[in-house]
Design a protein around this ligand. Structure first.
Ligand SMILES: Nc1nc2c(ncn2[C@@H]2O[C@H](COP(=O)(O)OP(=O)(O)OP(=O)(O)O)[C@@H](O)[C@H]2O)c(=O)[nH]1
Ligand SMILES: [Mg+2]
Length: 462
C-alpha cells in the first residue's frame, strides 16, 4: 500500500438531500478531528479511538445548538479515504443537515468537490482507479445486473485480469532483455517461439475480455429500446403495458404522440430504456413533423428496435416497403416485428397478411395476450449476438474498452515485429506502450485530465 497523505480537510453531505431519519456529513483530512471538535459538545473526539461512535451536539460559535448528533471516528489509515475521517450523523432534515455542514465549514474546512473522497481514497492506494469507477457505477446502477457488474469490478476482478496481463508483458520483456544482454556474443534468439506464443496467448485473453463489452455496456447503461411504427399502431399502449402506468397518452386519434417519451423498465435484472415515438407518416403539421424526425433519430441510436404493425389493418405496399427499409437499416441492430391488436385481427384476411410479411410475434396489449412472450423475446433478441454471461466479469466502461483495444494493438505490433525479425529494443517499445495502456485502467499510470473526467461523474459527498 502506498504512503497515506492527509490533505487539508474537506466536508460534504454524504446522503441525498431530502427529509429522512438520518443524514450523514463526512469530514476527511488532516486535523479533521480537531476541526469537528471545535464545534462539538461531547467527549473529546481528538482522543477517541478509531471506529467508535460518540453522542454530542453541534454548536455554533455563539453557543446555539444546531443538532444532536452521533460522531463516528475513523483514524488514518483505516478509513474510506485513508485519512482521518469523522462521519456526523444528524437528523435528516434539509435545513438541519445544511446547518451542520455550514457549522463544520466555519471551522476552516473546505466544501468537498464531487467524488473528492473517492479520489483521495484512490490517491492513497485504498482503491484502484477501476474500483473507484465501480463505486460510481454502483451508485448510478438502475438494475440488479448493473449492481452485480459494478460489484464484480469493485471487488477487483477487472484489476486482477489487468495485473495478470501486465505480468505476462513483463515476462515477455524480460525474455527480450535477456536477448539484448547476449547480443554481442551473437547468441541466437533462442526463445523466439516461446515469446511469440506468450504474446499470442495474451492477445487471445485480452480479446476474450473485450468481447464482454457489448453485454457490459447494455448491462450498465440499459438497453435502449425504441417502439416505432405508423400512427395508431399501439406503441404508447405497449409502453404503458410494460411499465404498468399510464406514462404515455393513448387515444384513438392517429398522431397522438408528438415527442419521444422515455420510461425505464426492469425485466429479469436488466434495465430497458423504453422510448415511445411519434407515429411515422408524412405530415404538414410542423410539430408532428419534428416528432417524426425525433422518432427516426431514436431509431438510429437504438440497441433494440421494435416495429409495431396494427393487425386490424391490411398491410399496404408503402408500409411493407417501410418495414423492409427499417429492417435493412437496422441490420446491425436487433429488430423485432410485432403485430398489434391481435384481438381485432379477425377482421382482416390473415393469409393475405401472412403472405406479405413474417411477424416475430403477434400481441394484444389491451388483452395482455403474448405480452410475457414479448418480454422474453425482447431480452433474447437484444442480447442474442452478445456474449451473454452476466455472472462473470464484464467490461462495462468505454474507457476500459479503449485502453484494452490499444494494448492489444501494441502487443500485435510486437508480434509483427518479432515475425519481421526486428531487434528486441524495438519490440520493447511496443510492449512498454501496452503496459501503459493497461496501467491506465487500474490507475497505475494516470494523469490529472483522466482523473478529473472520472471523478466529475461522482456525486458530492462520495
Ligand atoms: N383493440 C385493441 N386496441 C388497441 C390495442 N393497442 C392499442 N389499441 C388502441 O389503439 C389506439 C391507438 O393506440 P396508441 O397506443 O395511442 O397508438 P400509438 O401507436 O401510440 O399512436 P400515435 O401516438 O398516434 O403514433 C387506442 O385507441 C388504443 O386503445 C390492442 O391491443 N387492442
Ligand atoms: Mg403514441
Amino acid at each position: 500500500m502506498s504512503e497515506i497523505i492527509q490533505k487539508p480537510p474537506v466536508a460534504a453531505i454524504a446522503t441525498p438531500i431530502g427529509e429522512g431519519g438520518i443524514a450523514v456529513i463526512r469530514v476527511s483530512g488532516k486535523e479533521a478531528f480537531q476541526k469537528v471538535q471545535s464545534c462539538f459538545r461531547g467527549r473529546d473526539l481528538t482522543k477517541a479511538d478509531s471506529h467508535t461512535v460518540h453522542f454530542g451536539r453541534i454548536v455554533k460559535k455563539d453557543g446555539l445548538i444546531v443538532d444532536e448528533v452521533l460522531a463516528t471516528i475513523f483514524r488514518s489509515p483505516k478509513s474510506y479515504t485513508g485519512e482521518d475521517t469523522v462521519e456526523i450523523s444528524c437528523h435528516g432534515g434539509v435545513l438541519v443537515t445544511q446547518q451542520v455542514l455550514e457549522t463544520v465549514l466555519e471551522q476552516g474546512v473546505k466544501a468537498a468537490q464531487p467524488g473528492e473522497f473517492t479520489q483521495r481514497a484512490f490517491l492513497n492506494g485504498k482503491l484502484d482507479l477501476d474500483q473507484a469507477e465501480a463505486v460510481a457505477d454502483l451508485i448510478h446502477a438502475k438494475s440488479i445486473k448493473a449492481v452485480d457488474a459494478a460489484n464484480q469490478q469493485l471487488e477487483g476482478k477487472l484489476g486482477e485480469h489487468i495485473k495478470t496481463f501486465r505480468q505476462q508483458i513483463i515476462d515477455a520483456t524480460a525474455m527480450i532483455e535477456l536477448e539484448l544482454d547476449f547480443i554481442e556474443e551473437d547468441v541466437e534468439f533462442a526463445n523466439k517461439e516461446q515469446l511469440r506464443k506468450l504474446l499470442a496467448d495474451l492477445i487471445l485473453e485480452i480479446s476474450k475480455l473485450l468481447d464482454t463489452y457489448e453485454t457490459g455496456r447494455l448491462v450498465r447503461d440499459g438497453i435502449k429500446t425504441v417502439f416505432i411504427g405508423k400512427p395508431n399502431a399501439g406503441k404508447s399502449t405497449l409502453l404503458n403495458t410494460l411499465v404498468g402506468t399510464d406514462r404515455a397518452i393513448v387515444t384513438e386519434i392517429a398522431g397522438t404522440t408528438r415527442d419521444t417519451i422515455d420510461a425505464d423498465w426492469n425485466f429479469e435484472g436488466l434495465l430497458f430504456k423504453l422510448i415511445d415515438t411519434a407515429g411515422l407518416r408524412d405530415t404538414d403539421d410542423r410539430i408532428e413533423a419534428e416528432g417524426v424526425k425525433r422518432s427516426r433519430k431514436a431509431f438510429q441510436e437504438a440497441d433494440l428496435v421494435v416495429f409495431l404493425k396494427d393487425l386490424s389493418h391490411i398491410l399496404d405496399s408503402t408500409e411493407r416497403k417501410e418495414i423492409a427499409d427499417f429492417q435493412q437499416h437496422a441490420s446491425e441492430t436487433p429488430f423485432l416485428l410485432v403485430g398489434t391488436k391481435l384481438d381485432l385481427s379477425g377482421s382482416v384476411n390473415e393469409s393475405e397478411q401472412e403472405e406479405r410479411i413474417q411477424f416475430d410475434l403477434k400481441i394484444s396489449a389491451l388483452q395482455g395476450e403474448n405480452i410475457d412472450h414479448l418480454k422474453k423475446m425482447m431480452k433474447d433478441r437484444a442480447l442474442e449476438s452478445k456474449d451473454y454471461d452476466t455472472s462473470s466479469l464484464l467490461v462495462t466502461s468505454s474507457r476500459h474498452r479503449d485502453a484494452l483495444q490499444k494494448a492489444r494493438e501494441h502487443v500485435q505490433r510486437a508480434i509483427d515485429g518479432l515475425d519481421q525479425g526486428l531487434t528486441g529494443d524495438f519490440l520493447s517499445i511496443d510492449l512498454r506502450s501496452a503496459l501503459q495502456e493497461l496501467g491506465s485502467i487500474t490507475g497505475e499510470i494516470t494523469n490529472e485530465h483522466i482523473l478529473d473526467s472520472i471523478f466529475s461523474r461522482f456525486c458530492i459527498g462520495k
